[in-house]
Design a protein around this ligand. Structure first.
Ligand code: URA
Length: 203
């Protein structure tokens, strides 16, 4: 029924229900709904994005908009089956500002990412993935627990402080925004390489 007493959630369904009534930061006020992670309950591979975008906010599901299409295509090219993955975000509500009729994405601040770690950590404990892939700098910081620049750290396995391995890579929206076609193609190839590496580590 969506009620949540504040205890540590003991199932992914409980996380999804509790995120709907979360008041750990103020982002719920302007969002349509919370967007919890989804995927295989004990997926060996977890992907962490930044936060839901416009379409994710409306659909209530992660990575269903333009970034999701880039991501899906890259997963397929990397040979990573969707049913071995769990896909979530560092922040569960859409942070945005109005521009005309559109809602423009705003990067969540440190406090919001920190507040939402409660849910990311709960999902990590419940799914227990062998490998976590952080998509972009916000996710990399949340997953690694410290600033972890993508360019200097992508392309190789990183050790997580608790257990398991991590791979940090570009955010799919970053690929969409690169103005130069050659640079975009290069970065996209590196993105696919990183997903393939993560898939191999998780096997
Ligand atoms: N970008 C993200 O980081 N996450 C989503 O779910 C969608 C777009």
């Amino acid at each position: 029924d969506g009620s949540y007493n504040g205890d540590v959630p003991t199932s992914l369904d409980e996380v999804a229900a509790a995120v709907q009534v979360c008041r750990r930061c103020d982002l719920w006020r302007d969002a349509t709904q919370g967007v919890a992670g989804e995927g295989a309950a004990h997926a060996p591979l977890m992907f962490v994005g930044e936060q839901p975008g416009d379409q994710e906010d409306l659909a209530g599901r992660p990575f269903v908009g333009p970034a999701g299409q880039v991501f899906n295509q890259a997963l397929e090219e990397a040979g990573v089956p969707r049913d071995r993955t769990f896909i979530t975000n560092a922040v569960k509500h859409f942070k945005h500002e109005p521009r005309g009729k559109r809602r423009i994405h705003k990067t969540p601040d440190r406090g919001e990412v920190q507040a939402c770690r409660w849910w990311l950590d709960a999902e990590r404990r419940l799914v227990r993935p062998r490998v976590i892939v952080a998509l972009g700098a916000t996710a990399a910081h949340a997953v690694m627990g410290k600033a972890t620049p993508i360019a200097a750290n992508r392309g190789r396995p990183l050790q997580l402080p608790d257990q398991g391995q991590a791979v940090v890579t570009y955010h799919p929206s970053f690929l969409l925004r690169l103005p130069d076609a050659d640079a975009r193609e290069r970065a996209r190839a590196e993105f696919v390489e990183d997903l393939r590496l993560a898939g191999e580590l998780a096997r």
